[in-house]
Design a protein around this ligand. Structure first.
Ligand code: ADP
Ligand code: MG
Length: 351
């Protein structure tokens, strides 16, 4: 090859940098919904409702009855790295809120049009403000408002032609959004959730606050699922004297499904854990004669310093300090629960 001059290195414009980063945090409409719901949960809401138009590309609207946002904070609300949840890096070790890095709302303003309506306790009226590229467009306008905050994202990815095209060509995100809200709803049973398409009279998810997890699962996933679930619990002291707790519901041998449903919360964060999912599937395949896939709801509580929440741009995954120990423990408990239910069933069938 002929020797060439190296290409010149240039500094990217800030708005380009921000839009690229935003595209990683908000990968698709369902990622925006997840961030908005997590904000509503962080704001101590007891009721969260979601409205979606055109799979989220035209409109995503999340309304809550949480503590609201102060008028003085509205100007910087959607700037990158502005947050009420974290002040120093060390706080990440013990963080209890879902959010921590002040990126979500900012990201949405770089790839969509954001309108926030909010009212705080004791105020007679609320405020509405709109945002573009991290900045508030005009002074907030006084407006009527009920308790809490409503955030509206319009025209998501209007400025990302390729992203919009791929999303428009594939099936829309609405089923993913319904699935996401279903998962939140069975974990946060003290919060009522609803989700519907814009203009639709009927909601596709609708829960009322309850104290019973099984009732919540029944109302979201149906009687046929709830009927075939078994409660499962673990509490153990692992390596380094760390206390680890798990409680959940797993399907019995009577449950029939072609696909696994695995709803996993670790320290109240909705996450994926491929290794745990595989480990559980292996137990089911080995224990049950039929090739039915399980339904699993699990909530795992670990010491916060054993969970690294900062490894994934969409916070979809977390990494655990004693992952092998935790997985083995859960695998063995699931195995014995399943075997005992299966044996009693075989016994019943024989007699
Ligand atoms: P993070 O959640 O990481 O702090 P976000 O960009 O998601 O960052 O939100 C920025 C800030 O806006 C939050 O720290 C919170 O103070 C405020 N906020 C966002 N959504 C809501 C809401 N629904 N209710 C009350 N405050 C909110
Ligand atoms: Mg957030």
């Amino acid at each position: 090859p002929i020797p060439k001059e190296p290409p010149k290195i240039l500094r990217l414009e800030e708005c380009v940098v921000n839009r690229i980063a935003a595209g990683e945090v908000i990968q698709r409409p369902v990622s925006a919904v997840k961030e908005l719901i997590e904000n509503s949960l962080d704001a101590d809401s007891t009721s969260i409702s979601v409205v979606v138009k055109d799979g989220g590309l035209k409109l995503i609207q999340v309304s809550d009855d949480g503590h609201g946002i102060c008028y003085e904070d509205l100007p910087i609300l959607c700037e990158r790295h502005t947050t009420s949840k974290l002040s120093k890096f060390e706080d990440l070790q013990s963080i209890r809120s879902m959010g921590f890095r002040g990126e979500a709302l900012a990201s949405m303003t770089y790839v969509g049009h954001v309108t926030v309506t909010t009212i705080t306790m004791g105020q007679l009226h609320g405020y509405r403000a709109t945002y573009r590229d991290g900045l508030m467009v005009d002074e907030p306008k006084a407006c009527a408002a009920v308790k809490g905050t409503q955030i509206m994202i319009e025209n998501l990815f209007y400025n990302m032609a390729a992203r919009r095209k791929t999303l428009q060509n594939s099936a829309d995100d609405y089923p993913k959004i319904v699935d996401l809200i279903s998962r939140f709803a069975i974990h946060h049973t003290h919060v009522s959730f609803s989700c519907r398409k814009h203009g639709a009279g009927r909601a596709d998810v609708h829960t009322i606050a309850t104290s019973s997890r099984l009732d919540a699962i029944r109302s979201v996933y149906g009687v046929s699922v709830a009927r075939n679930l078994m409660n499962i619990e673990v509490s153990d002291t692992g390596p380094l004297n760390s206390v680890f707790k798990m409680d959940g519901f797993i399907s019995s041998s009577n449950y029939i499904a072609k696909k696994i449903t695995m709803v996993l919360f670790i320290n109240d964060r909705l996450v994926d854990c491929g290794a745990l999912k595989r480990a559980i599937e292996i137990v089911y395949t080995a224990t049950l004669p039929k090739a039915s896939k399980p339904f699993i709801y699990m909530s795992i509580i670990l010491p916060p310093e054993h969970v690294d929440v900062n490894i994934h741009p969409t916070k979809r995954e977390v990494s655990l300090l004693n992952q092998e120990f935790v997985i083995e423990k859960i695998q063995s408990v699931v195995g014995s629960k399943l075997r005992s239910s299966n044996e009693s069933r075989t016994f019943q069938e024989q007699t």
